[in-house]
Design a protein around this ligand. Structure first.
Ligand SMILES: C[S@@+](CC[C@H](N)C(=O)[O-])C[C@H]1O[C@@H](n2cnc3c(N)ncnc32)[C@H](O)[C@@H]1O
Length: 443
């Protein structure tokens, strides 16, 4: 980390590997330099300069795992070719450490664990989450934030909390450095500008944005029921070449950003913003395709989406939802033996006999005692059950949408057909963000 550091730890060679692992675990191993063998069957391992506290930190990191035959020495070690790239996180830690040392303070373990290892970049702003908590960091005013912005090559810094689950899904973002939260961000060739303190930009939906960008929507009219700042509206206009997009949005800040984004990308002539609640303002009988990008559920918009589809020819709905699947715990399961690829016949146990394994007293195949295989079987069952749950969800949605279509267009029967289920992201354990592409046609 500190390129001038010559601190190293000399230990007996037989403990070399073990000590290196301990030091790495505690961020004390300087991966920018290489270890080397020394006289008396010793090895010298490069140490990160942690100031006066170093000796105690080394002692704590080694704990009881090796005996006390070690010493901290000054030794010029060769620069590591493989690892001499210092990560931005490492630069940030050593920068903060130096900054604190100049003020006569130490970067304690508690403070170090409050420094983020990853972050989101929005144009020239870097957004951290769950870090730099507590009053300690505030005492330096902008000084420390300037330092971090210099290290990470950005102009603004912000701290993100959870999205407030209000009707606008407002982000809980506070600025650490910078006058305001406006940023310009380029994503898949599209320019987006927005105020990070007022509008959310979901970087987790990137695969869905790319998928939308790959659709061919020439000559199509698209309705985006939950347009936000244009995360889907813009890919429809710029990449999918939609003829026209009707974008519904009720958050004034998001609608303002959307307006700017349409003109930034020179597509404002092919889009109309319907400002207000889409249940009142969404156009009807106009769309070849409707995007319903709202989670945890876009169900409040299903009726409007059905009404937006062209009565005479129907179209495709892209329905977002979080779908919960059950956790499956497999203990011992008879089916496991049936599914065992080693021995399909539990009674014969031929393959295990050939391997000289004895069946258990209770007659179970030895492979059923194998924890790793049980786990694999459990994972496979869980995957199969999850997919089944997704298909059930898609069938339910498909039926409900058909019923809505038949209720609002009383003179016609409709057919709905699930074209595809897209897994956008895992939202939480056993909760997945899915998109159902549903083809809806009058019969
Ligand atoms: C989750 S955000 C948009 C996210 C974007 N589609 C994406 O997935 O990245 C949902 C947007 O829908 C807007 N919204 C929610 N309910 C609405 C309604 N009834 N009418 C109009 N806009 C609505 C919110 O203000 C918000 O900007």
């Amino acid at each position: 980390m500190n390129p001038l550091s010559d601190l190293a730890l000399r230990v007996p060679s037989r403990y070399g590997q073990q000590v290196r692992k301990c030091l790495q675990r505690c961020d004390l191993y300087d991966s920018g330099r290489r270890s080397k063998s020394a006289a008396d069957d010793r090895v010298v391992l490069p140490l990160v300069d942690r100031g006066l506290d170093l000796e105690r930190m080394v002692r704590d990191s080694l704990a009881l795992e090796i005996p006390s035959e070690w010493e901290i020495v000054h030794e010029k070690l060769p620069i590591s070719k493989k690892n001499h790239v210092v990560t931005p996180y490492q630069q940030m830690v050593s920068g903060i450490e130096k900054f604190l040392r100049q003020s006569g303070m130490l970067l304690t373990e508690e403070l170090r664990s409050d420094i983020p290892k990853n972050w989101e970049r929005h144009g020239d702003l870097i957004m951290f989450a769950t870090c730099f908590q507590g009053p300690f960091w505030k005492q330096w005013g902008d000084e420390i934030w300037f330092l971090i912005s210099k290290i990470l090559s950005c102009k603004k810094l912000a701290l993100k909390g959870n999205v407030i689950s209000n009707e606008y899904r407002t982000p809980r973002v506070s600025m650490l450095l910078g006058q305001d939260g406006w940023v310009e961000h380029v994503d898949n060739g599209i320019r987006y500008t927005y105020d990070v303190t007022k509008c959310m930009f979901s970087s987790g939906n990137v695969t869905e944005k790319l998928r939308v960008a790959s659709f061919c929507c020439e000559n199509e009219t698209v309705v985006d029921l939950y347009a936000g700042i244009g995360y889907f509206t813009l890919p429809y206009l710029v990449h999918s070449r939609a003829r026209f997009v009707h974008a519904c949005e009720w958050n004034p800040d998001a609608a303002a950003a959307l307006r700017r984004n349409l003109s930034l990308n020179k597509v404002e002539e092919r889009c109309m913003i319907h400002f207000g609640d889409n249940r009142e303002h969404c156009p009807k009988d106009i769309a070849d395709r409707v995007n319903l990008g709202l989670i945890p559920s876009s169900e409040p918009g299903w009726e409007m989406a059905c009404a937006a589809l062209k009565k005479c020819s129907g179209g495709i709905l892209h329905i977002h939802s979080n779908v919960e699947s059950k956790e499956i715990k497999v203990e011992y399961n008879e089916n496991y033996d049936e599914a065992c690829s080693e021995c399909r016949n539990l009674n014969d146990c031929d393959s295990s006999k050939q391997r000289g394994e004895k069946p258990c007293d209770d007659g179970r195949h030895p492979c059923s005692r194998n924890g790793a295989r049980d786990e694999e079987y459990s994972r496979e069952s869980e995957r199969a059950a999850t997919k089944k749950r997704w298909r059930e969800w898609s069938a339910e949605v498909s039926t409900n949408i058909r019923l809505i279509l038949e209720r609002i267009h009383t003179s016609q029967q409709w057919k709905t057909n699930s074209l595809h289920i897209e897994h956008v992201k895992s939202y939480a354990p056993h909760v997945d963000h899915l998109v159902l592409d549903l083809d809806c046609r009058p019969v």
